[in-house]
Design a protein around this ligand. Structure first.
Ligand SMILES: Cc1cc2nc3c(=O)[nH]c(=O)nc-3n(C[C@H](O)[C@H](O)[C@H](O)COP(=O)(O)O)c2cc1C
Length: 327
């Protein structure tokens, strides 16, 4: 499975779930895959943590519910340690390894990791080379389109270097590091990288609807579209994009009943996987995101955000149901 193209051929529609720290665990990946996400990424995982066998880091590798191919995203800056971390993933089926070259957080950048690698092309190249030699899995890179500002020429140059170093696909988040998540993504950067590279290119940035996903495919010519914030609380974006891609009409938005049923199912799976305390803590933010569009939910959000048990969370979803029925 070294070839990323084979992976692309194996998926039914070209839409993938982005790596999202604190969000894309095995349960959420399962939920998005069920709605049609072709590849689902883990949150960024410390290569050092894997190398030293940290239990918290290894938890992030949990593939409890995964069915779709999983992109395991590693961050780090030491080629040898990253290669050893990759070696530990060798027995996992249906996975690819993605290298984080986009994280803007100061703690990560100060360590020379994440988007700091954009400023160190030679080191980034050595990381890709070492990792590709160390594993039979496809190795991809997720980069931003510049450090201080979007710079299309340097983005293309950097992406080409990653390709020459052995990367089997590149994701371009079309923002600079300084932009974090603000401003608009410059899809021209994705288009330019796609034109210049032979390996598959994954476009990322500002896809908040199925229509956006189709527009990105058309405008940039990218091979896959990666959806991040647009999937938070909205896994249905994948089924909608899937339908448009297949030339079908866009399915109805989920009814309030469907949303409430998913909150309850997600919460149960979260508790089953992580235990009640951690599971519910993790679930609070998902429940808030899911319930955004539901009438009456804002009044209950404070309770959702302080729920400590499955029973407490279910009480609030029960009340949401009642509100619906009394309408
Ligand atoms: C809460 C949050 C967590 C994120 N965690 C990661 C991460 O672990 N690894 C990564 O490469 N990008 C991470 N990102 C960036 C996203 O994967 C994506 O590149 C960015 O949000 C742009 O896509 P969007 O406009 O569709 O949201 C994160 C973004 C957010 C909002």
């Amino acid at each position: 499975m070294k070839d990323f193209r084979k992976l692309i051929e194996s998926v039914d529609a070209p839409f993938v779930l982005a790596p999202l720290a604190g969000v894309t665990d095995s349960v959420f990946r399962y939920i998005c895959a069920r709605q049609g996400a072709g590849i689902c990424y883990t949150e960024m995982i410390s290569a050092k943590g894997l190398h030293y066998g940290s239990a918290n880091t290894e938890d992030l590798l949990d593939m409890w519910k995964d069915k779709a191919p999983v992109g395991i995203q590693l961050f780090g800056s030491e080629p040898d340690i990253m290669a050893e971390a990759a070696d530990k993933l060798e027995d996992l089926p249906n996975v690819l390894i993605d290298i984080n070259m986009g994280c803007p957080v100061p703690k990560i950048v100060r360590n020379g990791e994440g988007s700091a690698l954009l400023l160190q092309p030679e080191l980034a190249s050595r990381i890709v080379m070492k990792l590709s030699e160390a594993t039979r899995k496809p190795v991809s890179v997720k980069m931003r389109a510049g450090f201080s500002e979007v710079d299309i020429d340097s983005t293309v140059e950097f992406a080409k270097l990653m390709e020459q170093s052995g990367a089997s696909a590149i994701t371009v988040h079309a923002r600079s590091r300084e932009q974090y998540y603000s401003g608009t993504a410059d899809w021209e950067a994705i288009r330019a990288v796609k034109r210049a590279l032979k390996i598959p290119v994954i476009g990322n940035g500002d896809v908040f609807s199925a229509e956006d996903a189709m527009r990105m495919l058309e405008f940039t010519g990218c091979d896959l579209v990666m959806i991040a914030r647009g999937a938070m609380g909205n896994p249905w974006i994948f089924r909608e994009a899937h339908a448009l891609y297949k030339g079908l009409s866009k399915p109805e938005r989920p009814s309030a009943e469907e949303v409430i049923a998913l909150i309850e199912e997600h919460a149960r799976m979260q508790v089953e996987e992580k235990g009640e305390k951690r599971g519910i803590l993790q679930m609070r933010k998902h429940a808030s995101w899911y319930s955004k569009g539901i009438k009456g939910a804002s009044a209950l959000r404070r309770r959702i955000n302080s729920a400590e048990s499955l029973a407490e969370l279910m009480e609030t979803t029960g009340e949401l149901q009642k509100l619906r029925q009394s309408e």
